[in-house]
Design a protein around this ligand. Structure first.
Ligand code: GLU
Length: 424
């Protein structure tokens, strides 16, 4: 069986998935459609063709995007993705999801997203640096600590953020730490930021299991994706007492009914030449398709979009899905999961721990006063728990699933702000 992920497949479009849920939330709230349309479309779309001299002397032109979905609640916020699957519709969907995410965890930001169509695994450090700096120059009118604040996403991390801060600071003629979050600690990063998204996934899992009356020690978990989000989520969920029975990355899925030692897997990836799980011992190899369909208590899709679709949703045997990735479930699959009685903690809630700690990083940069990791974690956990309880309560109040409830809560907040500002 193929280990291919479905993401980037022309069969599914994350923007359509976003719009369908958005339209459903407009109905629930009874919002005027013309008014709601202001929030259905992004405020601003910037596209840049970025020439970079490669190590072999050739010149390659890369497609770069920054989409600002909204800035009604504050500066727009969202990561930058480096992937061959990057396209405008995907970036638009990811930008809108950032708006809803920030509203749900109650932080004073709008939403944005950036992306460059490239394969970072096939590029040298020097090529990545030149690309990142050139992208920053292209977006210099968009980025800013008070206007639009990027962060890492798939294919980017603290090093790319360090280059952005450096390039932007040069343009402005002064150090500008707060222009980007997810920076290395020595360059104004926040303790706890690297683990924050995975940690929020753990808090969401813990909250959902409690609502379901399932003890963590009686639960099993399957995690799809072993990047920053998946690996940290797996580690923290394991620490809760849950047995992690399967993990996966681009090299395939790895299963053990005895439970996987997550720390050993993390160490294995860090020391392997390919930086993947390929060759990880003491486990059974399964395909990506099989992995998603394993019997388990919790399934954490933490890889990419469009993994749970009408094609496989009816075969999912998890009781709970906690979405670490953005958009792992297509809109058509939602009702199939509902019919099966599977509780889904949606992406815009479950993975909001990352942007929450990004906000803390921005606050610390502006104060010039840095918090302990304990303080960061305590405040982030509290924000995530509060957001979970709020969305759960909304799902009961309106008698809708948690995904729609999350859109309703977010849209209610952003549309109220928009009405109050009344700028059109
Ligand atoms: N890329 C992350 C996300 O999708 C983090 C964004 C941020 O911290 O601004 O939520």
């Amino acid at each position: 069986m193929s280990t291919q992920l479905n993401g980037g497949s022309p069969r599914y479009n994350p923007l359509e998935s976003m719009n369908r849920r958005f339209d459903a939330a407009v109905e629930v709230l009874g919002l005027d459609k013309q008014f709601a349309n202001v929030l259905r479309v992004p405020d601003k779309v910037v596209m840049a063709n970025i020439p970079v001299t490669m190590d072999d002397g050739t010149i390659q032109v890369f497609e770069g995007y920054r989409v600002v979905h909204s800035d009604h609640l504050g500066p727009s916020k969202g990561g930058i993705r480096y992937s061959m699957d990057v396209n405008l519709d995907e970036v638009k969907a990811l930008a809108a999801w950032m708006t809803w995410k920030c509203a749900i965890v109650n932080i004073p930001y709008g939403g944005a997203k950036g992306g460059i169509k490239c394969n970072p695994r096939a590029m040298s450090k020097g090529e990545l640096e030149r690309l990142t700096r050139a992208y920053t120059v292209s977006m210099k009118e968009v980025f800013g600590p008070e206007s639009d604040i990027p962060a890492p996403d798939m294919g980017t991390g603290p090093q790319e953020m360090a280059w952005i801060v450096d390039e932007y600071s040069k343009i402005k003629g002064q150090n500008s730490w707060a222009v980007v979050t997810g920076k290395p600690i020595v360059l104004g990063g926040s303790l706890g930021r690297v683990e924050a998204t995975g940690r929020g996934v753990m808090v969401s899992t813990r909250s959902a299991l409690a609502k379901m009356g399932i003890k963590p020690t009686e639960a099993t978990c399957v995690v799809q994706g072993f990047g920053n989000v998946g690996s940290k989520a797996a580690k923290l969920i394991e620490q809760m007492g849950v047995k992690i029975i399967a993990i996966s990355d681009i090299s395939g899925g790895y299963y053990s009914d005895e439970g996987i030692d997550v720390n050993a897997a993390i160490e294995y990836v860090a020391n392997s030449d390919t930086h993947t799980l390929e060759g990880f011992k003491g486990v059974e190899k399964v395909s990506n398709t099989e992995l998603l369909e394993l019997e388990c208590t919790v399934l954490v899709p933490a890889a990419m979009e469009d993994q749970i679709t009408p094609e496989n949703a009816h075969k999912i045997r998890a009781k709970l899905i906690v979405e670490g990735a953005n958009g792992p479930t297509t809109a058509e699959a939602d009702s199939i999961l509902d019919e099966k009685g599977i509780l889904v903690v949606p992406d815009i809630l479950a993975n909001a721990g990352g942007v929450t700690v990004s906000y803390f990083e921005w606050v610390q940069n502006r104060l010039g006063y840095y918090w302990t990791e304990e303080r960061v974690n305590r405040r982030a956990d509290r924000a995530m728990k509060l957001a979970f309880d709020n969305i759960y309560a909304a799902s009961e109040k309106y008698n809708i699933n948690m995904r729609l409830a999350a859109y309703v809560v977010a849209l209610d907040k952003v549309s109220t702000t928009l009405k109050l500002r009344g700028s059109f």
